[in-house]
Design a protein around this ligand. Structure first.
Ligand SMILES: Cc1cc2nc3c(=O)[nH]c(=O)nc-3n(C[C@H](O)[C@H](O)[C@H](O)COP(=O)(O)OP(=O)(O)OC[C@H]3O[C@@H](n4cnc5c(N)ncnc54)[C@H](O)[C@@H]3O)c2cc1C
Length: 294
């Protein structure tokens, strides 16, 4: 079957991820409406192709061999941001940065923490992203999830949102996100956002390519960053990738890294943590023929 018009062949995924590694996707789709998204999913199902969604690629590591399926990135109306009273209704492809900006202007509070997370609304729901004591599940009224078999709407419980995970399955697309917020003084919201941004600049590597946290925190009292720092891994390098000298739970692509370099660093970190009796679970999502055990 001919692919829909919004689909193109052979797209470099290194352009789609913040860390800037990864080989080509066999197909890349940019649907702008729910109808176009439906066409892409139906076509992919007919061709028996795997589907993966990418937001801003800010917690994603794609294999150097690439992805032998369809990568979907939401655009147009699927990245819109509208207001409905105290709610914000946005496309899954809307960036959190833009949502926070609009919410601030509208005097709607609750999503300020999103200024620290360089992803999309859909990716944030899938990951239950959070920062500074807030998580998307705290403000999510409901999301529209579309898959090859149909669509469903659900809130945080129906979507199984827990610490950095949800039950949005691979191949399913969070196409619309509705946030329930509270009216507040725009100036107060602006100050909160500015304070969070300042704290972020001080704590995390800046102006380098990373994908945010590599590992989930093993427990609330022990951060992965502190554990790996105690293992002496700050600055540890393989190929063009290194564990950030600023924050040990970040990997930097500092010199033309490949995803394989990043995986080698992750293996080393996992093994050093095991020596201390801690089993680390990765937060970064892996796509294509890539993994810690292959
Ligand atoms: C500098 C930096 C700082 C960060 N700080 C934080 C932080 O403080 N807190 C935090 O939680 N995260 C943080 N992250 C990680 C990342 O921003 C979040 O995980 C974010 O939610 C990922 O969103 P994304 O749209 O970029 O998703 P991607 O990275 O593109 O994808 C991540 C996963 O979500 C899936 N996905 C993406 N969009 C959709 C969709 N529409 N429907 C279904 N599935 C989808 C992908 O298939 C993949 O499995 C940081 C990253 C960076 C680079």
């Amino acid at each position: 079957m001919t692919p829909p018009a919004v689909v193109q062949a052979d797209y470099p995924t290194s352009r789609l991820t913040t860390v800037g590694t990864g080989g080509p996707a066999r197909w890349f789709a940019r649907p702008t409406t729910v109808a176009e998204l439906g066409d892409v999913l139906a076509w992919a199902a007919g061709e028996r192709l795997d589907v993966a969604v990418v937001g801003l690629g800010s917690n994603l590591l794609v294999a150097d061999e690439g992805y032998d399926g369809v990568i979907v990135r939401l655009a147009g109306a699927l990245a819109r941001i509208d207001r409905d009273g105290d709610r914000i209704v946005c496309g899954g492809g809307a960036s959190l940065a833009a949502i926070v900006k609009r919410a601030t202007g509208w005097g709607l509070s609750g999503i300020e923490f999103g200024c620290a997370i360089p992803g999309t609304a859909g990716g944030a729901v899938r990951m239950n992203a959070g920062a500074y004591g807030g998580e998307i599940r705290d403000v999510l009224a409901e999301a529209l999830v579309i898959g090859a078999e149909g669509s469903r709407r659900g809130g945080p419980d129906e979507l199984g949102m827990r610490y950095r995970r949800s039950e949005v399955r691979p191949g399913e697309v969070v196409a619309e996100v509705v946030l329930g917020l509270c009216p507040d003084d725009p100036e107060r919201i602006r100050l909160t956002v500015a304070d969070m941004q300042r704290r972020r600049r001080e704590a995390q590597p800046a102006k380098v390519r990373t994908f945010g946290s590599v590992w989930k925190n093993p427990d609330p009292g022990l951060t992965a960053g502190r554990l790996l720092e105690e293992c002496g891994l700050k600055g540890y390098a393989v190929g063009g990738a290194r564990i950030s000298p600023v924050h040990a739970n970040f990997v930097e692509n500092h010199d033309g890294a490949r995803s394989a370099d990043v995986i080698a660093l992750m293996r080393e970190a996992r093994s050093r943590a095991r020596e201390r009796g801690v089993e680390l679970e990765h937060e970064v999502q892996l796509l294509g023929p890539i993994g810690l055990d292959i």
